[in-house]
Design a protein around this ligand. Sequence first.
Ligand code: BV8
Length: 244
Amino acid sequence: MYQHIVVLTGAGISAESGLRTFRDQDGLWEEHHIEDVATPEGYERDVDLVERFYNSRWEQLHCGNVMPNAAHLALARLEAEFPGQLLIVTQNIDNLHERAGSRRLLHMHGELSKGRCPRSRQTFILREPFGPNNCCTCCIPAQRLRPHVVWFGEMPLGMDRIHEALDHCDLFIAIGTSGTVYPAAGFVDSVNHHGAQTVEVNLLVPDRHSQFQYHLTGRAGEVVPKLVDAILAGHVIGSDLAAL
Ligand code: BV8
């Protein structure tokens, strides 16, 4: 049985809940240039465009029919039943892991449901869309809240806690991520250095140069519950997984 598991999730784990990924067909980056909507420079250049980009995602998330899927629920079950240590590091800014019941969770790229004061960095639960009147209450004069999101060129959140967990894990699982954005894409390399087992769950068959030892190809909503069952039954990744 494993003692310390780290799970990294990306946009692919929320795809079956109806949220768009970034780099798949009809992905978010199909309609927007990264530098226009996910960089501090883009925000300085066109605040309204960036606010529209995040407001539309915030409204979709809160419109009522976006729910956690079987993969989110399976990870919450793993947290509840696994006797060892578990940390979920998500690149996602949606709140589906929390709504599935996960608590040992770190949003390294921020959270869509929060705004941040650009001056104090204090965060606020978003009660209305971003706009000129949605301001902080910590400054005089009040400052227009920005998305509490890590843009390209900004430091991801919780990196010390993430590296501490990566350095001590004996199993690293990446679910629904293209492995194109750093430093998240480099976590598997640091885990490989100290000999933990590494598993990737993805819709696509990995290319030959993958850093992961094992690959479970399929939809996260189908594969992750089976993977969680196998881990909770004490199976070790490898030959046991052939049965998944
Ligand atoms: C930083 C904002 C430094 C929130 C995002 C080397 C080292 C360090 C940095 C860099 C480096 N090289 C380059 C960099 C810079 C840059 C970077 O990585 N650029 C890339 C493009 C090369 N990194 C940064 O700028 C990071 N900051 O390094 O700071 C620093 C140091 C000191 C001081 C200051 C700064 C910041 C990165 C964060 C950027 N913000 N988003 C938002 O709008 O959401 S990134 C964005 O892409 C999302 O957050 C997302 O999480 C991330 C990765 O995308 P994925 O989640 O993987 O999604 P994607 O669509 O790509 O893939 C989906 C996958 O799911 C696919 O594989 C698909 O097959 C699969 N799938 C689909 N459906 C399913 C499925 N799998 C299973 N089941 C399904 N049903």
